[in-house]
Design a protein around this ligand. Structure first.
Ligand code: ADP
Length: 224
């Protein structure tokens, strides 16, 4: 699947309060791309991620997934599309505290009235090193383990792409490093596109294609 953003802009507010959060961004995400986007706080990273994943709509510009115009979908169609085709990993994990790790992981499928593919669930959780933690509640897990549960949840519906917003932002450097290695491993083994937003240049450098965003303007870093 190919994803193409054309001239995406997002403007908040009017008059004195007008903020151009995203300024005519063009981006093509090809099959099996691993992309990192780095930029200072307030540069437009989250806005871009929200637009690329259809969580929000732009002021102007277009976004297609395999030629299909995503913003022409209704909110309801868009949320079904997201649930089936896109995985999210957040800085704050966003696990439901009263559900076990396993229940959290399969939640996106249950919302779609589907049953998990048990073999795939096992493969995924083994790969993430949480196979023996599935009966635990989130508060019984370390931060790194919670994030790995969140990654399994992002992957359970076999999405085409994973968007990760500062996935290691809430972890110490050791568990952050482990989580990144696992994400990279999953990207290699499962052929899922991966887009990571980060402050951390070491993490940014793990990606195949690197971008920086400053004042809403996105540019690709060409490696010499
Ligand atoms: P980053 O993720 O890089 O920290 P954001 O995408 O959150 O940056 O924000 C980009 C710019 O848009 C910032 O100047 C921010 O203050 C502004 N912004 C973000 N969301 C809103 C909003 N809902 N209303 C008004 N301004 C916003």
């Amino acid at each position: 699947m190919k994803i193409e953003a054309r001239e995406l802009s997002k403007i908040y507010g009017n008059g004195e309060n007008r903020v151009v959060a995203l300024d005519r961004v063009n981006l093509e995400i090809g099959i099996n791309d691993f992309i990192s986007i780095m930029g200072p706080s307030g540069s437009g990273k989250s806005t871009l991620l929200h637009l690329l994943s259809g969580l929000d709509r732009p002021t102007s510009g277009s976004l297609t997934y395999d030629g299909r115009d995503i913003y022409s979908l209704s909110d309801r169609e868009l949320s079904t599309f997201r649930r089936r085709r896109i995985g999210f990993v957040f800085q704050q994990f966003h696990l439901l505290p009263v559900l076990t790790a396993r229940e959290n992981i399969i939640m996106p499928l249950l919302l779609d009235k589907k049953q998990p593919d048990e073999a795939y669930l096992m493969q995924l959780t083994e790969l993430l090193g949480i196979g023996d933690r599935l009966g635990h509640l989130p508060h019984e897990l370390s931060g790194g383990q919670q994030q790995r549960v969140a990654i399994a949840r992002a992957l359970i519906a076999k999405p085409d792409i994973i968007f990760a917003d500062e996935p290691t932002g809430n972890l110490d450097s050791k568990s952050g490093g482990e989580v990144m290695k696992m994400l990279e491993n999953i990207w290699k083994r499962m052929g899922t596109k991966l887009v990571i937003i980060t402050h951390d240049s070491q993490i940014a450098q793990m990606a195949e294609r690197r971008f920086v965003i400053v004042d809403g303007v996105l540019s690709e870093v060409t490696v010499k």
